[in-house]
Design a protein around this ligand. Structure first.
Ligand SMILES: [Zn+2]
Length: 120
């Protein structure tokens, strides 16, 4: 039960991050949950063939998948975009975004260097 609750919280965080990186949060969330379910429930049948002390690795593998998706969104998606040095407030709507976000979480406007924004 805790696993499912933790999954919802973590995937929610990944979806928020995905939106801030310019990825589709629904798609990223679906990939994260689908991979987790596949490993966890696939492993549920497969684990009968595993020694009892190794069954924990099914859960570990499922969470490792979540970590891979999170790492991909954080470090690969939007990596080519100009990125802020720290927390930044959107020039369009003044929403305060996290440093990891290259697109405004509230209005989807990409982050721009202050000079570039001032030139408009
Ligand atoms: Zn904004």
């Amino acid at each position: 039960m805790f696993g499912i609750l933790g999954l919802i919280i973590v995937v929610g965080g990944i979806a928020t991050l995905a939106r801030g990186r310019g990825a589709n949060p629904v798609l990223v969330g679906a990939i994260a949950v689908a991979g987790y379910s596949l490993i966890e429930f696939g492993g549920f049948y497969f684990q009968n063939f595993l020694p009892e002390e190794d069954r924990v690795f099914v859960t570990v593998a499922a969470w490792a998948w979540i970590a891979v998706v999170a790492g991909f969104v954080r470090f690969v998606v939007g990596a080519g975009r100009p990125k802020p040095d720290g927390k930044w407030s959107c020039s369009n709507c003044n929403y305060l975004n996290n440093a990891s976000h290259v697109i405004c979480e509230a209005c989807q406007q990409p982050w721009r260097a202050r000079e570039a924004a001032a030139g408009q």
